[in-house]
Write a protein that binds this ligand. Structure first.
Ligand SMILES: Cc1cc2nc3c(=O)[nH]c(=O)nc-3n(C[C@H](O)[C@H](O)[C@H](O)COP(=O)(O)OP(=O)(O)OC[C@H]3O[C@@H](n4cnc5c(N)ncnc54)[C@H](O)[C@@H]3O)c2cc1C
Length: 376
């Protein structure tokens, strides 16, 4: 896999080693796109009972409950976490104490390294494996494996898009330079101001902390503005309701519409179960979570990001051209200055949060001025 000038990895065929078997084309899930077929599904809204796990998780911590079920049966869990330099990569963990590394969404595309071959090997040796990732990663794995494995469980997320690892790297470098200290933790979706206000949190070696929301943090702004996503995300081939995975997980900002008991600003996950295997596993996690069953039609209603690709940003090409020619901080400032508007927006968000009406105002704003212009 070789990174292009935007920082996204693409397969590169070493012609001197290629035996022209054409297998890469035969298993490609984009070239061989399968038609979506409806089948019975079950749906739940979930909130983890463990307050610490819930706080660390992006939404309701459903991923951790499912992953624990696998680890309790001597399985391994693959997910996206950071390496020692905050590069997002996929790797395996086999201890519950390591699961925190996968918690919290990282909006940068993950490097899968040799995971796919490693997973195939484990499956063939009969080990129980949970693979979690974006829908394209799950379909990529299933195509690569070619045959079904009873000991494989797959979990995908409803995915807005993935951002450029190069932009994320530059963002962290700029933050480090500005602070003059090393970074020890990065969380894209910390519940610092509550669940419904997406906040980027950084922790520095000098014990200082940074918490900025979707209106003032450059990385979150660029991501939700569709400025820095992978070109394939603008015409995603994997967004759909009926998926080949076992589980699909996503945010539930409208939890009050499904279950008043879980409406507490701590986060809730929407969980869609696609297979009998998922339904059996779900029975086994019920003690670890609070949940409410909902009809699958209701849970998926009006979830645009489940089936619609993100819209293009007309400035995307200019942004990447500038990023490759300008100082990164100047480039970020050119496209995402801290303007009076962003500061006022932040103050308003915090005010509405304090008086407890934030989510209603956000919903109303989305209706009145359109989804594209209201960030999460
Ligand atoms: C790139 C991305 C975009 C998303 N977009 C949306 C959206 O538009 N709307 C929505 O409702 N929900 C979206 N989600 C899903 C949401 O953010 C939560 O992941 C989901 O609600 C599950 O939360 P949890 O608390 O149960 O799990 P958590 O404990 O938060 O678990 C996180 C899970 O996400 C996986 N993950 C984290 N980062 C990556 C990554 N870079 N690549 C692949 N997998 C990753 C981990 O492996 C783990 O399985 C997105 C997630 C990601 C990763």
């Amino acid at each position: 896999m070789v990174a292009d000038e935007e920082g996204f990895l693409y397969p590169h065929v070493d012609e001197s080693k290629c035996v022209a078997c054409n297998l890469c084309v035969k298993v490609c899930p984009i070239i061989n796109k399968k038609a979506e077929k409806a089948f019975p599904q079950k749906a739940f809204v979930v909130q983890h009972r463990d307050e610490a796990i819930l706080r660390e998780s992006t939404s309701g911590g459903a991923f951790s409950a499912i992953a624990k079920w696998v680890l309790d049966r001597n399985g391994v869990v693959y997910g996206a976490g950071y390496d020692g330099h905050f590069k997002v990569i996929h790797f395996a963990v086999s201890a519950e104490s390591e699961l925190y590394r996968f918690r919290n969404s990282k909006y940068s595309q993950s490097d899968k390294g040799d995971c796919l071959a490693e997973i195939k090997d484990r499956l063939q040796r009969g080990q129980l494996v949970l693979f979690s990732g974006t829908p394209c990663e799950v379909e990529g794995l299933l195509s690569f494996l070619a045959v079904p494995y009873e000991n494989l469980i797959t979990l995908d997320v409803v995915c807005h898009a993935v951002a450029s690892p190069l932009v994320f790297r530059q963002y962290l470098d700029v933050q480090k330079q500005k602070r003059g200290s090393g970074i020890v933790d990065v969380r894209f979706r910390e519940k610092h101001y509550g669940y419904s206000y997406s906040t980027m949190s950084l922790r520095w070696a000098d014990h200082q902390e940074y918490h900025q929301g979707v209106d003032t943090d450059v990385m979150l702004r660029a991501f939700f503005d569709n400025m820095v996503s992978r070109p394939s995300c603008y015409a995603c081939a994997f967004k759909k309701r009926y998926r080949p995975s076992d589980f699909t997980l996503w945010d539930c900002f409208v939890v009050d519409q499904f279950c008043k008991e879980l409406d507490n600003e701590k986060g809730a996950t929407r969980v869609l179960l696609h297979t009998e295997k998922a339904m059996k596993i779900f029975e086994g996690i019920k003690d670890d979570v609070k949940l409410s069953e909902v009809s699958a039609d209701r849970l998926t209603q009006n979830v645009r990001e489940m089936s619609c690709s993100i819209s293009t940003n007309p400035l995307r090409e200019d942004f990447f051209s500038d990023l490759n020619h300008m100082n990164a901080e100047d480039c970020f400032h050119k496209y995402y200055p801290i303007s009076l508007r962003s500061v006022v927006e932040k103050r308003l968000r915090l005010f509405f949060l304090r008086v407890g009406v934030y989510k209603y105002v956000k919903r109303l704003a989305k209706k009145l001025i359109g989804r594209r212009t209201v960030r999460r």
